[in-house]
Every structure is written in C-alpha cells, then in structure tokens.
Design a protein around this ligand. Structure first.
Ligand code: HEC
Ligand code: HEC
Length: 241
C-alpha cells in the first residue's frame, strides 16, 4: 500500500512524466509536418479541392487518412491506385462502372472542379503516413483469375490440374472495374474472355500503353501502368483464350 504522500508523489510524477512525453511527441510531429505533408505542394487547386470535399460531404461515405465514414472505400491512395483518367470517367457516371453495386452519388462537376478534386486527392496520397494504410487483406476469391490465399493448401489432385493464370495486381484493381472475365467485373468495356483470340500480344501491349494512339476517340483511358505491368498484363491477357 502506498501512503498518502507516496500516492501524491506517484500521481504528480506520473502526470509530469507523461505530459513531458506527450509534449515532446507533439513538438516532434509539428516539426515534421511541413515536410511529411509536402506543404509546398498545397496549390490553389488543392485547396479548392479540399473545399469541394467538405462542401459535398464526401466524408459522409468515404475516409481519407482513416477519417470519415466506412460506407465507401478509403480514398487516401486512390489516385495511385486508379489513376486520374479512371477517376474522371468514374465520377462522371459511377453507376456505369459498378452496375448494381453500392451507390456513389453522381456529381455534375465541371472540368475545373474535377481537376481540383483530383489535385486534392493526389496531394493527400503523397502525404508521408508512415506506411498507412497497410496493404489490405482482400478476399481474392471474388476477383476473377485469382485464388483465395486463405483457402488452405493446394491438394495434390488440384495441383495437377492446368493452372489458371493469376491475374496481375493492377489487372485486379483497374481492369475489372470496366471489363468482365468469366462473368465477373464491370461492363463499361467489352468482356475480355477470349481476348487472346482477337488480338496478338504486340497489339495488346500497344493498346495498354496508349489506347488513343491505337484507336482515336476510344473511351478506354490511358492507365497508369509501367512497362513491367504492361508486360505482365499482356502475358495474362494472352492466357484468356
Ligand atoms: C452516398 C455516399 C457517397 C458519397 C457522398 C461520395 N461517395 Fe464516392 N463512392 C461511394 C461508393 C459506395 C463507392 C464505391 C462504388 C462501388 O464500389 O460500387 C465510391 C467510390 C468512389 C471512388 C472510387 C474509389 C475506388 O477505389 O474505386 C472515388 C474516387 C470517389 N468515390 C470519390 C468521391 C468524392 C470525391 C466524393 C465527394 C465529392 C464522393 N466520392 C462522395 C459513395 C459515396
Ligand atoms: C474506365 C474503363 C476502362 C478501364 C479501367 C479499362 N478499360 Fe479496356 N476498354 C474500355 C472500353 C470502353 C473499351 C472499348 C474501347 C473501344 O472499342 O473503343 C475497352 C477495350 C479494351 C480492349 C479491346 C477489347 C476488344 O475486344 O475490343 C482490351 C484488350 C482492353 N480494353 C484491356 C484492358 C485492360 C487490360 C485494362 C486494365 C489495364 C483495361 N482495359 C482497363 C474501358 C476500360
């Protein structure tokens, strides 16, 4: 048992110690804030985008940096994940991209407002968040061309069956929003079943690099893919016979 005066010292000492730690961490955070948020990139457009974000209450459904409501996907890294073009097309008519799913409001933003929203989301995505959000543990059995990693070990009989090619990550996050494979995915663009019979690999690589260059006026956007991603997606497409 502590005596009354020991308890007092314990309480005051503890309060002082933890206040000091709290203050120290707060100062440390403020010291890093400008750098970690890339304060120099806070343009007028980003600021207008933030205002639209607030006025339209996007937080009523979405989170950024973990804050907001959990009805709709977190948008912290959405520009990285989807690309600017995809977001533009999606926002113009969200239902067309995900028919029959949860509803995102159709806002009639003009070009400038759209630029501002994207500038804001891009800025948010570049904040150094110490690795947050972590890679999601997505259940992959609902995504075409993937195997549920939680489904347990592959049984010997199963392993002998011809392997279904694993769709590259970018395919699962970008392409299925607009294209179906095996009846799963969006229907903005044509189904990709049998695409290997319609095009050769060389054509597909060109198409993925820049659809506009192949077919002027096409509504398929140029997506943010690096060379390696283009190659691996082309390899995967060539398995869709
Ligand atoms: C009423 C709820 C609601 C509001 C308000 C809302 N959204 Fe959404 N949003 C959704 C839903 C639901 C989805 C997911 C669509 C789906 O999967 O069918 C979505 C998806 C998105 C996506 C694509 C995310 C991804 O990774 O696929 C973006 C970008 C987006 N919303 C931006 C916004 C912006 C910007 C605002 C405010 C101007 C906003 N949303 C307001 C419900 C909402
Ligand atoms: C925003 C929607 C959208 C996204 C995302 C998208 N596409 Fe498309 N894609 C389309 C549309 C629309 C067409 C039809 C274009 C046309 O014929 O002008 C198309 C056409 C194609 C075609 C030609 C198919 C055919 O039979 O004519 C291929 C191949 C293709 N897309 C592959 C992909 C791949 C791979 C990805 C992911 C890297 C992807 N697409 C992402 C909308 C999209």
């Amino acid at each position: 048992m502590l005596s009354k005066s020991q308890a007092k010292v314990f309480f005051l000492g503890g309060t002082a110690l933890f206040s000091a730690i709290f203050l120290g961490l707060t100062i440390d955070t403020h010291r890093q804030m400008a750098e970690r948020t890339n304060e120099q990139n806070l343009t007028e457009s980003v600021i207008r985008g933030k205002k639209i974000w607030e006025d339209q209450n996007c937080m009523g459904c979405h989170t950024i940096l973990g804050e907001g409501a959990y009805y709709a996907p977190d948008l912290t890294k959405v520009v990285d994940k989807r690309g600017e073009e995809w977001i533009r097309i999606f926002m113009r008519d969200p239902q067309a991209m995900f028919p029959g799913e949860r509803k995102m409001v159709k806002y009639d933003f003009n070009d400038q407002e759209m630029d501002d929203i994207i500038a804001f989301l891009k800025w948010v995505g570049e904040i150094d968040t110490n690795g947050w959000p972590p890679e999601p543990n997505i259940k992959t059995d609902t995504i075409p061309g993937t195997r549920n990693v939680n489904a347990g070990p592959i049984l010997p009989e199963a392993a002998e069956q011809p392997a279904v090619a694993e769709a590259p990550a970018k395919f699962k996050s970008l392409c299925v929003a607009c294209h179906q494979v095996n009846g799963k995915g969006g229907n903005v663009g044509p189904s990709l079943d049998g695409v290997a019979n319609r095009f050769n690999r060389e054509y597909l690589v060109k198409w993925l690099r820049d659809p506009q260059a192949v077919k002027k006026g096409t509504t398929m956007p140029k997506l943010p893919l690096n060379d390696q991603e283009v190659e691996s997606i082309a390899d995967y497409l060539m398995t869709l016979k």
